[in-house]
Design a protein around this ligand. Structure first.
Ligand SMILES: [Zn+2]
Length: 179
């Protein structure tokens, strides 16, 4: 069980009653002057000020924070659309779990963050029929509105972390990326 601290933010509401949570959206945000231990608090304050929230936030040392409970629709993806072979699904917040990774201008996602993300995904997959894992940049509307997680995040590294946690990648769809 991953140790997750709770820091509730109010930027959420009820999911539509018919929604099935089958999608995870990966975000990254940049911490200005990242210095432990107050940086995570600063990032949470920045999200709060912008009146947005992902369900989870993962700090540079792999520390996990729950900002919104999974049953709620967290306001993390904004105007968004998931485009997959089955169709086009708008309002991604309705049916997704959002995970924010703290990055710095100097560095990409850390090994500790991939470790926590892998363990967190095992738990999320045990609770929801997740089929899709995409980045914010892949679902934001209009296209190009968001660029996170971008090059801060290595999908290949992420997938190997999922596999090492026993997750079968064949059941999941990822963005079409070589990174
Ligand atoms: Zn984002």
């Amino acid at each position: 069980m991953t140790r997750i601290e709770s820091h509730p933010l109010p930027h959420h509401n009820e999911r539509p009653p018919w929604s099935v949570v089958d999608t995870v959206i990966i975000h990254s945000m940049f911490a200005v002057d990242y210095k432990e231990p107050d940086s995570v608090e600063n990032c949470i304050a920045a999200l709060d000020k912008a009146e947005v929230a992902s369900h989870y936030l993962i700090g540079r040392n792999g520390e996990g924070w729950r900002l919104v409970t999974e049953d709620q629709r967290a306001w993390h993806a904004g105007e968004s659309c998931l485009l997959i072979p089955d169709g086009k699904f708008q309002g991604v917040n309705d049916f997704s779990i959002g995970i924010e990774l703290i990055c710095t201008n100097a560095d990409t996602v850390t090994e500790e963050q991939y470790h926590t993300l892998g363990k967190l995904l095992v738990e999320v997959l045990s609770r929801h029929p997740i089929r899709f894992i995409f980045g914010h940049e892949h679902v934001a509307v209009p296209q190009g509105r968001k660029s996170d997680p971008g090059t801060t995040f290595c999908w290949k590294r992420f997938k190997s972390e999922l596999e090492s946690n026993g997750i079968d990648l064949r059941n999941l769809t990822f963005p079409d990326t070589q990174a």
